[in-house]
Design a protein around this ligand. Sequence first.
Ligand SMILES: NC(=O)c1ccc[n+]([C@@H]2O[C@H](COP(=O)([O-])OP(=O)(O)OC[C@H]3O[C@@H](n4cnc5c(N)ncnc54)[C@H](O)[C@@H]3O)[C@@H](O)[C@H]2O)c1
Length: 411
Amino acid sequence: MNALAATSRNFRQAARLLGLDSKLEKSLLIPFREIKVECTIPKDDGTLASFVGFRVQHDNARGPMKGGIRYHPEVDPDEVNALAQLMTWKTAVAAVPYGGAKGGIGCSPDELSRSELERLTRVFTQKIHDLIGTHTDIPAPDMGTNAQTMAWIFDEYSKFHGHSPAVVTGKPIDLGGSLGRDAATGRGVLYATEALLAEYGKSISGSTFVIQGFGNVGSWAAQLIHEKGGKVIALGDVTGSIRNKAGLDIPALMKHRNEGGHMKNFHGGEVIDSSELLVHECDVLIPCALGGVLNRENAPDVKAKFVIEAANHPTDPEADEILTKKGVIVLPDIYANSGGVVVSYFEWVQNIQGFMWDEEKVNMELHKYMNSAFQHLKAMCKLHDCNLRMGAFTLGVNRVARATLLRGWEA
Ligand SMILES: NC(=O)c1ccc[n+]([C@@H]2O[C@H](COP(=O)([O-])OP(=O)(O)OC[C@H]3O[C@@H](n4cnc5c(N)ncnc54)[C@H](O)[C@@H]3O)[C@@H](O)[C@H]2O)c1
């Protein structure tokens, strides 16, 4: 099942639990606007190249739409649609005053020079500048894009609309980015895991962890869990997987990776086959890499008691059913990885206020948002007698439906 089908299925299940009016249900599923633009740029060798850019704006009942822009050869309109919808529910679960959007350009960023990427980003911004904005739709980085991409969008947009740092988040600190944004998703994963474990009388320090992915989210999550006394006993990325029953030395592994080292060459762990990683014995499994990694083939063998979905959509619906039957507790992505969008919201607030917060305040506020969302999610589980995924979806969908009804949607 692809991401759009799975997201829409979860939405419909939540709509049924909430007893939503069928017309409202249909309306909430249809995106507000789908934009497709052609971006032609001169390449460094003087030839012309054309790329297709997308932006799907899903819903704005609760505020300006918010979501990343990815540069990837397989940017697919269906997937962008699913991710835009997911952002609508995610921002509602996090209780930040945003709707949902997502975008991308079908390109291979690794095959483009820096100046070609800059031209492409500027042309894309020229094509969509009237449709995004501080109070309309606020892009952020995603796969294949980064703080520099956001700096170019901010600069190009400001040529049309005047100085507008709040039009994008995930900017470099020198241009109004927020302290703590880099670590925010991983830190949010830590806070979400702490909140869940506490429900079962457990804590980070007494638990063992397996983590897939050692990029932005995975490395911060691993580092923060390690600092809290958690034992990361196995870890893998695209270069391989390793384990150490006594717990991996995460700061040493970070240093190794930052120096260009591969997992397999790290001396503090024993190399394992990557297929063993997700089914390795542990208390908590945290997928922080790709979507769909837990599927019907490996789900029956998962030994973790808890799965924290730090990646987007790591568990396919068949695996979800298998894990539920086995009694594995799955903390869903629309809550577990929402730390990034929460701190993006703080960045937007700081830009609008023209006042920069210190990192301590950012982390303290993030903690409050993650804890509060968890309490509300739990209350929905109790109310609807459902699992955490449906608790999150009913929480998000209900908030968006209420805002839609209050604004009046049929006139
Ligand atoms: N960065 C954020 O703020 C953020 C926010 C919400 C959700 N997410 C989601 O979290 C996930 C990770 O994002 P990121 O920003 O850390 O990306 P990243 O590109 O920084 O890191 C990705 C990691 O996954 C690993 N990986 C790639 N292919 C793999 C494979 N086949 N097997 C094992 N590992 C593999 C890479 O080696 C790398 O360590 C994605 O699903 C993303 O959508 C990220």
